[in-house]
Design a protein around this ligand. Structure first.
Ligand code: TMP
Length: 214
C-alpha cells in the first residue's frame, strides 16, 4: 500500500507523517513500513534537495526546478518505493507528485498537461492508494513557518515566494481533491498535533476497510 501526505508549508505535515509512521509500525510491524520524503529519500534525492532549496540558487528557472523535483522523484520511486511495494510493504511518503502539480503547475503556472505527463514519466505511472491533505489556512501556514524561522528552523528557497503563489498552491490542492475525491482524505490541520494525528489514524482505519490489499 502506498500512502502520501500533502499540505502547504507550515501545515505540520512532516510531524504528522512521523507520528503516523509510528502508528503504522505498531499496527503492521516495524519491518513492514517505509517512511520516505520528497524531495529526498535517497542519497541522490537529498543532494537534489540541497540544490533546489539552497537560498544561493535564486536564479533557478521554473523549468529547472520542475525537472529537479522530478529527477529526485524518479530516483526514490526506482530505489525505494517500488522495491518496498514489491515486497508487500507499506510506503508512506511525505510529499509526492501532487506537490509538483500544485507548486510547479498551479504555483509556477507551468502547463498542467505537460506537468502531469512528466510526473507520470518520473513515477512510471505509480499513484498513491491514499493521500492525506493536512489543511491549514494560508495565513496560518505562513505564520507558523516564520515563527519557525525565528526559532532557527531552516529557511529554504521555496519559503520565499509571494502570497499569491501560496494562494495558487492552496487552490491547486482544492482542485486536485475535487478531481479525485476517492483518493484524498482532508484533515483539518489547525488543531493540536495530537488531535490531528488521532483523526488521521481514525480516517485511515476507516479507509482501510475499503482498500483491498495491504
Ligand atoms: P518540505 O520538505 O518542508 O515539505 O519542503 C519541501 C518544499 O519543496 C516545499 O516548499 C514544497 C516544495 N516542493 C515543490 O515545490 N515541488 C515538489 O514536487 C516537492 C516534492 C516539493
Amino acid at each position: 500500500m502506498f500512502i502520501t501526505i500533502e499540505g502547504m508549508d507550515g501545515s505540520g505535515k512532516s510531524t504528522q507523517a512521523k507520528l503516523f509512521a509510528e502508528f503504522l509500525r505498531e499496527q503492521f510491524g516495524a519491518d513492514k513500513v517505509v517512511l520516505t520524503r520528497e524531495p529526498g529519500g535517497t542519497a541522490i534525492g537529498e543532494q537534489i534537495r540541497d540544490i533546489v532549496h539552497s537560498m544561493r540558487n535564486q536564479e533557478m528557472s521554473s523549468r529547472a526546478e520542475f525537472l529537479l523535483y522530478n529527477a529526485a522523484r524518479a530516483q526514490v520511486v526506482a530505489q525505494v518505493i517500488r522495491p518496498a511495494l514489491a515486497e508487500g510493504k507499506i510506503v508512506l511518503s511525505d510529499r509526492y507528485g501532487d506537490s509538483t502539480m500544485v507548486y510547479q503547475g498551479y504555483g509556477r503556472l507551468l502547463d498542467l498537461e505537460m506537468v502531469t505527463r512528466v510526473i507520470d514519466y518520473a513515477t512510471g505511472g505509480l499513484k498513491p492508494d491514499v493521500t492525506f491533505y493536512i489543511d491549514v489556512p494560508i495565513g496560518e501556514g505562513l505564520a507558523r513557518r516564520s515563527n519557525g524561522h525565528a526559532r532557527g528552523e531552516e529557511l529554504n528557497r521555496m519559503d520565499t515566494q509571494t502570497r499569491e503563489f501560496y494562494e495558487r498552491v492552496h487552490r491547486g490542492y482544492e482542485t486536485l481533491m475535487q478531481q479525485e475525491p476517492a483518493r484524498w482524505i482532508k484533515i483539518d490541520g489547525t488543531r493540536s498535533i495530537e488531535r490531528v494525528q488521532s483523526e488521521l489514524r481514525e480516517q485511515f482505519t476507516e479507509r482501510l476497510q475499503t482498500l483491498e490489499t495491504v
